[in-house]
Design a protein around this ligand. Sequence first.
Ligand code: FES
Ligand code: FES
Length: 158
Amino acid sequence: MSRDLPVNLEINGAAVALEVPLTETLLATLRERLQLTGAKRGCNQGVCGACTVTLDGVAVRACLSLTLNCEGQKVATIEGVAADPLIEALQQAFVDGGALQCGFCTPGQLIAARALLSQNSDPSVEEVQQGLSGNLCRCTGYRKIIDAVLSAARSMRK
Ligand code: FES
Ligand code: FES
C-alpha cells in the first residue's frame, strides 16, 4: 500500500497543501478532494480534453497529470477563471454562436481557448484548430467552436 506524500499547489489563486498517493491524478485531486468538478472526466486517458486545466498558464490534461508532479505550480480550473475577461468573452461568443450543446466539453474548450488567446490575440483559423486540436466535441462539429474563438479574439482586440 503506497503512502501519501505532501504536495503544495496554488489552485485558482489559493495555496493548497495536500497529501496524496503517488498515482493520484490532478483530475482526481480537483474533482474528488476539492470538489472542483468543472474539469470533466471524459475518457480519463488523455484523448478527449474534457479535463483540460492550465498549469502555469499552459493547457494540460488533468487526467494525465500526476498531482505530485505539479508541486509548486499554479493550477487554473474553469471555476477559478470565471471572472476573467477573456473567459467572459469566450463564453459569450460560445453562447451567441451556438458553439455548445450538451456542454460537457465546454469547460475544457474554454480553458484551452483561453490559453491560446493569452499567447496569441489574433490567431488564424489554423492556429485555433491547432490550439483546440486536443479537445473533442461530440455535439457541435467544430466550425462553430472555431468561429466562437475567433469572434472572442476579435471582441478582445476592440
Ligand atoms: S478525461 Fe482527460 S483527456 Fe479525456
Ligand atoms: S457540446 Fe456536447 S460534447 Fe461538446
